[in-house]
Design a protein around this ligand. Sequence first.
Ligand code: RUQ
Ligand code: CUA
Length: 629
Amino acid sequence: MQDKNTEKQTELQNADRRKFMGKSALLGAGAVAAPMTAAMFTSMAKAQAAEAGKNSPFVHPGELDEYYGFWSGGHSGEVRILGIPSMRELMRIPVFNIDSATGWGITNESKRIRGEGDHFLAGDAHHPHMSMTDGRYNGKYVFINDKANTRVARIRCDVMKTDKILTIPNAQAIHGLRVQKVPYTKYIFCNGEFEIPLNNDGKESLEDVSTYRSLFNVIDAETLEMAFQVMVDGNLDNAEADFDGKYFAASSYNSEMGTNLGEMITSERDHIVFFDLARCEAALKAGNFKTYNGNEVPVLDGRKGSALTRYVPVPKSPHGINISPDGKYFVANGKLSPTVSIIDTSKLDDLFNDKIKPRDTVIAEPELGLGPLHTAFDNRGNAYTTLFLDSQIAKWNIEDAIAHSQGQKVNYLRQKLDVHYQPGHNHTSQGETRDADGKWLVALSKFSKDRYLPVGPLRPENDQLIDISGDVMKLVHDGPTYAEPHDCVLVHRSKLKPSKVWTRDDSFFAETVAMAKRDGVTLETDNKVIRDGNKVRVYMTSIAPNFGLNEFKVKLGDEVTVVVTNLDQVEDVTHGFCMTNHGVQMEISPQATASVTFIANQPGVQWYYCNWFCHALHMEMRGRMLVEA
Ligand code: RUQ
Ligand code: CUA
């Protein structure tokens, strides 16, 4: 946020920077040029004269933001919560990563949730999406994919912790992920991006590309278990759901099934594949599926010619697929084509009943600029498309674009706004739901270049906040972020009611409670050491600034499990437990129980301490593990 003078200054600097960016952007591009017509310029000039919105990005000290932003943490593997419009980072939720502060990946509770993928230390999160009821956020869960290790995770929005992680079989590299919007999020679905042999056991078809497939994955949202998979032609990239509860869509940039860049971009058109949910469920019921790789997950055949799918050709290596909040149009973003393809959802029934041809569903293909990747929407019929190569957001009107394609002389382009630099996703406030409100747009720019103080060769990305409430878009804030947050969603704060303290019967630590019960221990009152062979379980309470046990004794080589229960009732009084020189630490928030298991492999006096600041005597909150040799 800046005053008038610095604003002018930055504008001048920008002109210079952009010349340089334009060149470097086009170098690797191989893209088609999109000349702007004179008419486009006039209409844009008009728009520039129009009013910018007056949304204030200022959230003064002590004031609260209007929206929760759920941000992917990219290849950091986490999810972050930002406040919008302040763009302040409010919390980090470890998911696929290991987190030293909370003990995610260290505690027994998190290891249970991390399950079979617990040995992975890395992840690549892309697409966070919240569960919905009737096309509106319901505040229950946020789902996120892990491209790196073919997983999907679920975050509980009451406590903002990951509560389930599923490794997807038969597929490789989960990319696009969306939730069913209507009638409610029964399913989430996600794309296996990389093509692999159906039975990928290394015994056959290693080289024979004709046996490679990508799978569309449908997951039960409540159990987070596989419902079914659909085999397709071509690979799969991004995904989207309609507002009728009937069709899912996915984009394919490699319809060629090439294995190198040249092969992947040969076709002028790739496709969007549509899935008919009812037909898929019927096929499943009728047992029309096969299984692979020795697991039980049903795989339906949705290749070309199947009743389950339809393939709509669109130019060229499409990336994002986004639906307008009125449910009328899917917009496929051309990436290597300067166009987006508008697909009329009201024509999908006819398409699936073979009354029309796939291309008949494409009612307009407006030209927007170079490198369209993703489109977001307001509540006034406008769409906002990121132009990766042009480093711009194109604002355009959907109905005008359709009228234009029908031969009417209307300008559909409203404005192009420079962003810094090279945006991937963008997202409007509640724009993927019926509650799209047209207030804010976030552009997730892949490069920050010169926007911040230099911090070494590795730079942050740049998430920019744009006021879209007026006739023209206005850039109001630059937000540096780490490790490519691909995507985010902006959820009005009224949709969420996070807990302030844990409840003692929470399932998050239920197994630890059950273990205590077997040991005859009441976690809320007892401080006890239980020996079971060379396994030692140490139960202690914590209440600022004391651990219930000042010391406990074990033998060298014992497997020690420390269970800490935080008895503080006061909001925000979190304790920690760190055993020095053992790589062990964890968070225990108010009314929670957390546990960690390690080997007492060093003799002598080993101090443990509380590492979340809790009290004036926080430094004194420590005790001794006495290890007998
Ligand atoms: S997708 S921009 Cu995962 Cu576009 Cu990254
Ligand atoms: Cu308890 Cu710091």
